[in-house]
Ligand binder design. Structure first.
Ligand SMILES: NC(=O)c1ccc[n+]([C@@H]2O[C@H](COP(=O)([O-])OP(=O)(O)OC[C@H]3O[C@@H](n4cnc5c(N)ncnc54)[C@H](OP(=O)(O)O)[C@@H]3O)[C@@H](O)[C@H]2O)c1
Length: 344
């Protein structure tokens, strides 16, 4: 018997219609995924249910992470989807190695745990979540600091990367990638990697376009996956500062939304897909989940609209990462190498 959530409905979209990106291995990645970070507000049950809804509506790409604390329930949703006829090879499942698992032998342990929780035999993509072993307790505030925090140490990152490479060799993951990297750090990694990153996950939305890093990824055959594609309106308090701006309230975004008679969220997603990044919007609302994927196949933005959005970049980073700072760091900008060299 078909589960209600996995019926093909008039409302869903055929996954074949959704735009795809090709990774350097030739594998295809769906051009939009569902985010699963609950931003300290949404429960694991709600998110696991969102994964079910998303798959029933045509999503095949789910962005997970062990630190989100919900992989054990998302695994139930994935298992149920596969019991109702979705083939494993149709899905593209990402997870991420958390910062407290950078030690020798830890990467395999963490990946094995994620596979068990997600009830999978392999991941399509496994990312190093942050290029630092610095971490914070769940739900911590903006002033929380890891007393053992250190700056980026390339030798240590490569020890993590070698363990990531072994996961590919062992057949546990199909691709490996990075997250929260900068051009100077990626340059070092590309010089030393035996297996190159297929993807870099980075913050990308109209007010934070990261043009240099974005271009660097494309030039090196690394697919940019964009997190916070809607400007993360419900991000945790620790990721808010008074200077932050709201993409979905920008007059340019609102004007385009009015012309197309769509929600500003859909404008952000259309822009992301047309620009060449893979957005991973989070939602627990069935209507939002549906409209976020439908807009990838409906009327595109014009070239003029794309140029207008390019001009509203405000260099407004939302996920500044203050909680990962080390004792001698000046401020959060040290995490992001904005002067073109790695801060230590
Ligand atoms: N690599 C990293 O370090 C990193 C960092 C941050 C995030 N991520 C990943 O990126 C994903 C997305 O980022 P995010 O969750 O912070 O931000 P986001 O996707 O930009 O925003 C999500 C918020 O937008 C709302 N929303 C979604 N669709 C909407 C629509 N069509 N209309 C109106 N509101 C809508 C959602 O509320 P409703 O539930 O009400 O729809 C939710 O509150 C995360 O879930 C996670 O998987 C990765």
């Amino acid at each position: 018997m078909q589960h209600q959530l996995f019926k093909i409905t008039d409302e869903g979209i055929s996954p074949h219609l959704v735009p795809h990106r090709t990774l350097y291995t030739g594998a295809k990645m769906p051009g939009i995924g569902l985010g699963t970070f609950g931003s300290d507000h949404y429960g694991a049950d709600d998110i696991a249910n969102a994964v079910k809804e998303a798959i029933s509506l045509g999503y095949r790409h789910i962005d997970c992470a062990s630190v989100y604390g919900n992989e054990h329930l998302i695994g139930v949703s994935l298992h149920e989807a596969m019991e109702h006829g979705i083939k494993r090879e149709e899905l593209f499942i990402t997870s991420k190695l958390w910062n407290d698992m950078h030690g020798d032998g830890d990467v395999l342990v963490s990946c094995a745990r994620t596979l068990k929780d997600l009830r999978l035999e392999y991941l399509d993509l496994y990312l190093v979540h942050w290029p630092f072993p610095n971490h914070h307790p769940p739900m911590s505030g903006v002033d929380s600091r890891d007393p053992n925090a250190v700056p980026y140490i390339h030798e240590n990152y490569m020890k993590v990367w070698r363990q990531m490479e072994r996961l590919v060799q062992a057949g546990l993951v199909r691709h490996i990638g990075t997250s929260n990297m900068t051009v100077p750090k990626l340059r070092l990694l590309l010089g030393d990697a035996a297996i190159r990153p297929a993807v870099n996950q980075m913050e990308l939305h109209p007010h934070f376009q990261q043009p240099e890093l974005f271009r660097y990824c494309l030039d090196h055959d690394i697919v940019p996956v964009g997190y916070c594609p809607l400007g993360s309106p419900r991000r945790p308090e620790r990721d808010r500062t008074p200077e932050d701006t709201a993409d979905m309230e920008d007059p340019v975004i609102l004007g385009i939304a009015e012309r197309l008679n769509i929600h500003p969220a859909a404008v952000c997603i259309k822009w992301a897909v047309q620009r060449g990044q893979v957005p991973i919007p989070f939602s627990t609302s069935r209507n939002h989940i549906l409209s976020n994927i439908l807009c990838t196949v409906t009327e595109p933005l014009t070239d003029e609209e794309m140029r207008a959005i390019e001009k509203i970049d405000r260099n407004c980073r939302l996920i500044k990462g203050q909680v990962f700072l080390w004792r001698t760091a000046k401020d959060w900008t040290d995490l992001w190498d904005i002067n073109g060299f790695i801060e230590g």
